[in-house]
Design a protein around this ligand. Structure first.
Ligand SMILES: [Zn+2]
Length: 140
């Protein structure tokens, strides 16, 4: 099995498009409102574009109007890593794929969204692949 956490930079460049590499491996941000999955409501599981790990589900996706796909919770807490990011001179929390340590986006808390967690996982669409399949809604 490939250990994506140990993958060489040259390998990543081969596997990913320049745009994907910029966001996933260099913690870039795609422009808002252009991502394929920004407003998608299709039922399914969102996997990591870099390694294929399952990260988010359509049942936790919500319409935040922020221009990027937004989720109020990851598929499971151990699917993502959250770490402090002060790169813009303000404290933010970066979200990374736990399986390959690729950058996914940021998570923001306490914005007043009417979701069960009041968290917004603001994820770059280019980091995700949607696998269309029935999703069990655990809240029912
Ligand atoms: Zn990954």
């Amino acid at each position: 099995m490939t250990d994506f956490k140990l993958m060489a930079d040259t390998e990543w460049r081969k596997r990913l498009s320049p745009e994907e590499y910029y966001v996933l491996r260099q913690a870039g941000t795609e422009p808002p409102h252009v991502g394929e999955y920004t407003n998608t409501t299709t039922e399914g599981v969102y996997t990591c574009k870099a390694c294929g790990a399952e990260l988010f589900r359509s049942t936790e996706k919500f319409d935040s109007h922020c221009g990027w796909p937004s989720f109020f919770s990851p598929l499971a807490g151990d699917k993502v890593i959250e770490r402090e990011d002060n790169s813009l001179g303000m404290p933010r929390t970066e979200v990374l794929c736990a399986n390959c340590h690729s950058h996914l986006g940021h998570v923001f808390a306490g914005e007043g969204y009417h979701t069960p967690t009041d968290l917004r996982y603001c994820i770059n669409s280019i980091c995700l692949n949607l696998e269309e399949k029935p999703v069990e809604d655990s809240s029912h």
